[in-house]
Design a protein around this ligand. Structure first.
Ligand code: COS
Length: 380
């Protein structure tokens, strides 16, 4: 067992850290307030290879491993979780989904542009009545011979407004249950495909979240991913990898809040000494450091499983469950350590606390992760 990062891993981690400090930190509060994220920063992340980290270079990707991916995700998330969710969705859900399961023509048409960040992707599974209960898709895709006709609504779609390519899960044959579900590649601008207003959110406010509406959208047959009925498994397999990305995001949010709290506690004085010298604060820092390190081990283990070709359904679920819990608990503690300043936007920790909450909800709630883990351990 070797806990050391390779030189390459250290280089990519430092590049992500540098980008986060120099490009993401300036303006992060303003972007959170205004609920925006400029196209110029998306382009820069594309140029650095952050939008197609694990994609084969022959499709325009960086050809790196999952360990590199989680290192990038952690560093970006320490500063701006709105940026990192865009990176996570494009990498783990869209690029990975296409590289693993799309045919060659689909990869050539879509994957290369997505991996380079020339266009951004969105993954569309959740519906008003099908978030956790993902087999209950109400969006229909009726087989019309040479095309499918899509009707329905998708909710809380990350990159919903700015994406160029959308992977959409829909029910083709209700009688077949999950075996009647398909996944399709849609392009922005297809007639009948409407994008609703941007959601006004508690956290990750710079990210672009929308409801999507499909009204008789004609989707060519060649845009279906995989065999007829493969859509649910496609979604599940893709989400397993997505959970590694979100676990790394949660880890980064927790680590970012911890670093700020540690620094603040060494500067702020109360009762004649820096507050880190008070056991009440020192013990909070000890708990934070320990639990964040434990979360990092789970995140790394899940990424390592993926790199080794091991099944990572359970390890990704465990990493996401634990890291998101650590993020929520310790961002609250970071605000507490900052006292009144923690409640003020200039100190960043209140934003990290708001950003942490979504990591317990999207790409499978904590309760869903417990279903995946408990089924896994019982099955053996
Ligand atoms: N990889 C491959 N196949 C999988 C899988 C995985 N990780 N998980 C489930 N499947 C397969 C099962 O093997 C089963 O196929 P067979 O009938 O051929 O054996 C099929 O999918 C249905 O699985 P299951 O019966 O377990 O489905 P459930 O309805 O009980 O749901 C959960 C399983 C709860 C795990 C699933 O619905 C889920 O992950 N929900 C959360 C979805 C989510 O993350 N939503 C957030 C939206 S994205 S922001």
């Amino acid at each position: 067992m070797d806990f050391n990062l390779t030189e390459e891993h250290i280089m990519i981690r430092d590049a992500a850290r540098d980008f986060a400090q120099t490009e993401l930190l300036p303006g992060v509060i303003e972007r959170d307030n205004a609920q925006t994220f400029p196209e110029s920063l998306v382009r820069k992340m594309g140029e650095l290879g952050f939008l197609g980290v694990m994609v084969d270079p022959k499709y325009g990707g960086s050809g790196m491993d999952a360990i590199s991916y989680v290192l990038i995700m952690e560093e970006l998330s320490k500063i701006d979780a709105s940026a990192s969710v865009m990176v996570s969705v494009n990498n783990s859900l869209v690029c990975y989904g296409l590289e693993s399961y799309a045919n060659e023509a689909q990869k050539e048409k879509y994957l290369t542009k997505l991996a380079k960040g020339e266009i951004i992707g969105a993954f569309c599974l959740s519906e008003p009545e099908a978030g956790s209960d993902a087999t209950s898709q109400k969006t229909t895709a009726i087989d019309m011979g040479d095309h499918y006709l899509l009707n329905g609504t998708k909710n809380w779609i990350t990159n919903g407004g700015r994406a160029g390519v959308y992977l959409v899960i829909a029910q083709t044959d209700k009688d077949k249950g999950h075996k009647g579900i398909n996944a399709f590649i849609l392009e922005k601008g297809m007639p009948g495909f409407d994008i609703g207003p941007k959601e006004d959110k508690l956290g990750i406010r710079g990210s672009d979240t929308h409801t999507l509406q499909f009204n008789d959208v004609k989707v060519p047959k060649e845009n279906r991913i995989g065999e007829d009925g493969f859509g649910f498994k496609f979604a599940m397999k893709t989400l397993s990898g997505g959970r590694i990305g979100i676990a790394a995001q949660a880890l980064g949010i927790a680590a970012g809040a911890y670093e700020l709290a540690l620094k603040y506690s060494k500067e702020r004085k109360a009762f004649g000494t820096e507050i880190c010298n008070h056991q009440a604060i020192a013990f909070k820092l000890a708990d934070m450091a320990t639990e964040i390190e434990a979360a990092r081990m789970l995140v790394m283990k899940a990424a390592w499983d993926k790199d080794q070709g091991n099944n990572y359904d359970m390890s990704s679920a465990m990493a996401k469950l634990y890291a998101s819990q650590v993020a929520m608990t310790h961002t609250v503690e970071a605000v507490q350590i900052h006292g009144g300043n923690g409640f003020v936007k200039d100190y960043h920790v209140e934003r990290l606390m708001r950003d942490a909450k979504i990591t317990q909800i999207y790409e499978g709630t904590s309760e869903i992760q417990k279903i995946v883990i408990s089924r896994g351990i019982i099955k053996g």
